[in-house]
Write a protein that binds this ligand. Structure first.
Ligand code: NAD
Length: 342
């Protein structure tokens, strides 16, 4: 697997993955509609071939020259999915299945789909695994469940479908996001010396650093097909299920002057689940975690301080995905179906 197409290549995970693939000598092509082209933190000037296209409009793109597709492009979190639930289905589910069918028809050997543990929603079970009942609470989570189920049907001995169900991601990427729980708490701690917590701090969430996840996507390119084909695999580390209060404690240790304020309101995000990664560990025994939360938090805080990240940088039009999209719509840069207006 040398010639790789990465959709969503200009996103938070994509930017880190592209760099790692290039470093390792893969021939990389990206495909992205570039919603977040200005959401850059630090220096970012990647040199790779980019197809600027919407994943809903790929009919004329020749896929036969690729060995594998890593499919990241999506409305990529719960709030974005709620902009328009039909649109979420069109981009996250329908376009995914159309892309996979086209890839299979044109001879691509492997299709890696970026699913999400958020489809576990709220779970009363102690710890969920791949056999647990899913509980998708949002259009986003439902689009992940539907895509997984349909992609399983497309898999066969010539077309390997990998279904990593990823933990919530955190850490530094040059295409930065501060709408992810850890990043959001850290940017607030650095810029305001205050963190506002919109829950009682008890919800559980499995977390993974973006650089560790990018390495795992590359591992999926290289693992034998018979071990993973058509199977869902939770992606994360067993000691990386955290409660929000644990995250706060780690940040407080590193930004000691920061005040934590529990607002008493109940935020929109009601998810809480703990996940088992035993299957991942058994299939990828040599994959090690390089960026545990403490190390990644220290690294992000150092980078933000060096860049003199301040209150003005917290402007939601910078690193908050739903706000960036809403702004593009209100400025009539993109239409309500999220196509660019030329
Ligand atoms: N970030 C997380 O915590 C997390 C966790 C689990 C799974 N995932 C999944 O991983 C994938 C990547 O996540 P991310 O955090 O990098 O998201 P992101 O929003 O930062 O990046 C997504 C990229 O896809 C592009 N895109 C969106 N719609 C498109 C379309 N119609 N056509 C072409 N390009 C389009 C965007 O421009 C963006 O660059 C998503 O599928 C997401 O659901 C993310």
């Amino acid at each position: 697997m040398r010639r790789i197409l990465v959709t969503g290549s200009d996103g938070y995970i994509g930017a880190v993955l592209i760099n790692k693939l290039l470093e390792k000598g893969y021939e990389v092509t990206g495909l992205d509609t570039l919603f977040f082209k200005n959401s850059i933190l630090g220096n970012y000037n990647p040199k790779y071939r980019l197809i600027k296209s919407d994943v809903r409009q790929i009919q004329n793109i020749n896929l036969s020259k690729f060995d594998a597709v890593i499919h990241l492009a999506a409305l990529s979190n719960d709030p974005m999915g709620e902009i328009d639930t039909v649109l979420t289905e069109e981009i996250n589910y329908k376009a995914t299945i159309d892309l996979a069918k086209k890839a299979k028809k044109e001879g691509i050997k492997r299709f890696i789909y970026s699913s999400s543990c958020s489809l576990y929603g709220v779970s009363k079970q102690e710890i969920v695994n791949e056999n647990s009942k899913v509980n998708p609470l949002t259009a986003y989570a439902k689009s992940k469940v539907d895509s997984e189920n349909e992609l399983k049907k497309i898999a066969d001995e010539k077309f390997c479908v990998c279904l990593p169900r990823n933990s919530t991601v955190f850490g530094y990427s040059p295409k930065f996001r501060d709408d992810l729980v850890v990043n959001n708490l850290i940017t607030s701690a650095v810029a305001l010396k205050k963190i506002f917590v919109k829950s009682d701090g008890t919800p559980w969430r499995p977390l993974i650093d973006v650089r560790d996840l990018a390495n795992i996507f590359i591992d999926f390119l290289n693992i034998d097909s018979y071990l993973v084909n058509g199977q869902v695999i939770n992606i994360g580390f067993n000691d990386s299920n955290y409660q929000v209060n644990d995250i706060l404690k780690i940040i407080k240790e590193q930004v000691p002057l920061c005040a934590v304020i529990y607002t008493g309101e109940h935020g929109a995000d009601t998810r809480s689940y703990r996940v088992s990664f035993d299957k991942f560990v058994s299939l990828f025994p040599s994959t090690k975690q390089e960026w545990p939360l403490q190390r990644s938090a220290r690294d992000l805080i150092d980078k933000l301080e060096k860049l003199m990240f301040s209150e003005k940088d917290l402007n939601p039009n910078n690193y908050n995905r739903i706000e960036v999209l809403k702004r593009l719509i209100s400025d009539e840069k993109i239409d309500k179906k999220l196509f660019w207006i030329h």
